[in-house]
Design a protein around this ligand. Structure first.
Ligand code: HEM
Ligand SMILES: *[C@@H]1O[C@H](CO)[C@@H](O)[C@H](O)[C@H]1NC(C)=O
Ligand SMILES: *[C@@H]1O[C@H](CO)[C@@H](O)[C@H](O)[C@H]1NC(C)=O
Ligand SMILES: *[C@@H]1O[C@H](CO)[C@@H](O)[C@H](O)[C@H]1NC(C)=O
Length: 316
């Protein structure tokens, strides 16, 4: 549930539906400047969100917009946030590809019609200045479970812990002040293979019990570590959390099963450390066994500007 005052650029998890829309700019021509059209649409996103949300009594729509390193300069004309960069493929024990993307919309809603209507009006406004690179419609699955059957999102910071974990510190990174770094990866899930793995083994993969989500003890240094231990980043005694809002997606009729990973962070290095731990392994080679059943199909880093910066884009 998202409240009416928090419609845009908020970082919080937990709606029933989400649309993940990855867009790329088309080439401009003498008669049509694609990036200036797109920049105006970005700058008007807050108005568009309100326009759609007000038609639902619950106002249950929240939108965040991310901009890729490839398009930051032309879309914003602003100096770059310190850690803004293109996602680099990881080619190690497991493979994580890097895929195209200039603009990303994370559209969360309590009702499928709101997400649909927002997407429809948004693409109309873009007026051909972008093409859709990827679109995923996710849904909340039972007790916030992944398709693998495990409760997802438990270790997310809540309340007053969200901002320090996800908002860039303006003293350290003035160009990024008040914004957030974002990692997205679309994963396909080999559900048949996963379901052949006994529950006890599945629990070792995630590091939590399946029915009631209880944490299992951490593994010692040289042992195979579970997903939850590999993604716990502690440096100089401080744990660096991120906010995830993953959603399952798929279509059994088409034999399609997936998980869209989305993680907001105050720093890219935290996200990269988690990825390296998963795909390279700790120690190297002892990678995340989740990846034997779950394959990364896309990979992008984004910068989510503060609402004030977003509202100022496109000469708005
Ligand atoms: C499709 C792939 C993935 C699935 C199905 C998945 C699922 C899960 C589940 C079930 C948990 C345990 C419950 C919880 O705390 O939420 C978890 C924990 C976590 N995952 Fe993932 N995850 C995926 C990919 C990733 C990626 C790519 C990252 C980071 C780059 C990540 C970061 C984390 C973090 C930070 C935690 C919490 C660790 C802690 O206990 O502090 N996950 N994930
Ligand atoms: C939409 O794009 C076309 C060119 O493809 C242009 O002629 C038209 O003026 C644009 N409309 C708006 C509202 O920008
Ligand atoms: C931001 O970073 C500066 C310099 O490290 C630190 O003094 C300050 O406490 C930080 N601010 C917040 C809100 O974390
Ligand atoms: C951890 O401490 C070392 C040594 O003081 C320092 O160089 C490094 O920047 C610190 N890392 C973080 C993430 O604070």
């Amino acid at each position: 549930m998202v409240s009416a005052g928090d419609l845009i650029q908020t970082v919080q998890a937990g709606t029933a539906y989400a649309t993940f829309l990855t867009l790329v700019l088309v080439n401009s021509t003498a008669l049509f400047n694609a990036s200036s059209t797109a920049a105006s649409v970005l700058g008007a996103t807050n108005d568009l969100t309100r326009n759609v949300a007000v038609r639902s009594w619950s106002h249950d729509l929240a939108v965040t917009v991310g901009i890729g390193a490839s398009a930051w300069d032309q879309l914003t004309g602003l100096p770059r946030p310190a850690e803004l960069r293109t996602f680099e493929a990881i080619d190690a024990a497991q493979y994580a590809p890097s895929t195209p993307g200039d603009i990303f919309y994370h559209i969360r809603s309590g009702r499928a019609d709101l997400a649909f209507e927002f997407e429809r009006q948004l693409l109309d406004q873009f007026n051909g200045s972008v093409k859709v690179q990827d679109k995923v419609s996710g849904f909340r699955y039972f007790d916030a479970r992944t398709l693998q059957g495990f409760v997802d999102g438990t270790a997310n910071p809540v309340g007053g812990d969200i901002d320090p974990a996800t908002r860039v510190n303006g003293t350290l990174d003035p160009n990024g002040a008040g914004g957030s770094y974002l990692l997205t990866q679309k994963y396909s899930v080999d559900l048949a293979k996963w379901n052949r793995l006994p529950t006890e083994q599945q629990e070792k993969v995630f590091g939590r019990s399946k029915p009631d989500n209880i944490e299992l003890p951490d593994q010692p240094d040289d042992a195979q570590k579970p997903h939850k231990q590999l993604t716990t980043v502690i440096v100089n005694g401080t744990q660096h959390d991120i906010v995830r809002d993953n959603m399952p997606f798929g279509s059994p009729a088409e034999d399609e099963f997936g998980c869209f990973f989305i993680g907001y962070s105050a720093a890219v290095w935290v996200l990269q450390q988690m990825l390296d731990n998963m795909f390279i392994g700790v120690p190297p080679g002892k990678y995340d066994r989740l990846l034997d059943f779950t394959k990364a199909e896309t990979g992008n880093y984004w910068f989510v500007p503060s609402l004030a910066v977003l509202n100022g884009l496109g000469g708005n």
